[in-house]
Design a protein around this ligand. Structure first.
Ligand code: BGC
Length: 245
């Protein structure tokens, strides 16, 4: 069965049809730059362009980089404040004329990773962290998701953790891999202190370059592995959610 997933991020709106038996994209994904300001209207237009490019019609899964409860987006750390309290599911559904599910981006990526990627077949407590414009989190207990955990916004040394340890922070501050890995390690120590996971899965585009920073991260009890679906995890997770519509 093929279902379509769209991943709305701080830098790009990406989408593709997904083969849900394999957890793989069935066509090369289309990525449009996220408009600035990333208002609901401009982003939804981007979602529409991505979906119509493939001529898709059917259930649609859409990820959002913030808290989502019952189709309503509740926070907007890296997109326009107009998303706070916005009924995204109804608005996207009305614009595209399709049944839509909206879920947090890291939750979607995590579901894809524990089904098809680095966490498959694993029980216990698993925390997937997506490292990108912000830091997203997905917490699983024996395969069951606790949605909207928002661990990227834990306070670390008086700062919002994602402002210091995200990939954007590394780029904005021009940090060496070692320097950034040191910050990421402090963050992981903190998360481990709170949740004692069995496994950390580190995702986002940076998971392709894990050999550059993982060697600097020691002193964590939990196993740490890079995500396997890399930047497609959000699209796959969104399509998996849509398949349940
Ligand atoms: C948001 C999360 C999101 C993460 C990654 C954070 O700023 O609060 O909801 O998962 O960025 O996009």
């Amino acid at each position: 069965m093929n279902v379509f997933g769209v991943d709305i991020g701080g830098t790009g709106i990406k989408g593709a049809p997904v083969d849900l038996d394999k957890g793989e994209l069935t066509a090369e994904r289309l990525k449009l730059p996220t408009p600035h300001p990333a208002t609901p209207e401009s982003v939804i237009e981007g979602v529409r362009e991505v979906v119509t490019h493939f001529g898709y019609s059917g259930p649609l899964g859409v990820t959002f980089p913030g808290v989502v409860t019952d189709g309503v987006t509740r926070t907007a750390a890296n997109v326009d404040a107009g998303w706070v309290g916005f009924d995204a599911r109804s608005a996207i559904g009305a614009r595209l004329g399709l049944p839509v599910v909206v879920l947090n981006d890291a939750d979607a990526a995590g579901v894809a990773e524990i089904t098809f990627g680095a966490g498959r077949g694993r029980g216990g407590t698993i925390i997937m962290l997506t490292l990108g414009t912000g830091i997203g989190s997905a917490l699983f207990i024996d395969g069951r998701l606790v949605p909207n955990t928002e661990l990227g916004h834990l306070e670390l040394h008086g700062h919002d953790a994602e402002k210091k340890a995200s990939v954007k922070a590394r780029e904005d501050e021009d940090l060496s891999w070692e320097h950034w890995a040191h910050r990421l390690k402090k963050y992981l120590v903190h998360v481990e202190m709170l949740f004692s996971p069995d496994l950390f899965v580190l995702g986002g585009g940076i998971s392709r370059k894990s050999e550059k920073f993982l060697p600097f991260i020691d002193g964590i009890r939990a196993e740490i592995v890079p995500a396997e679906l890399q930047n497609n995890a959000g699209i796959v997770g969104a399509a998996m959610a849509a398949a349940k519509l």
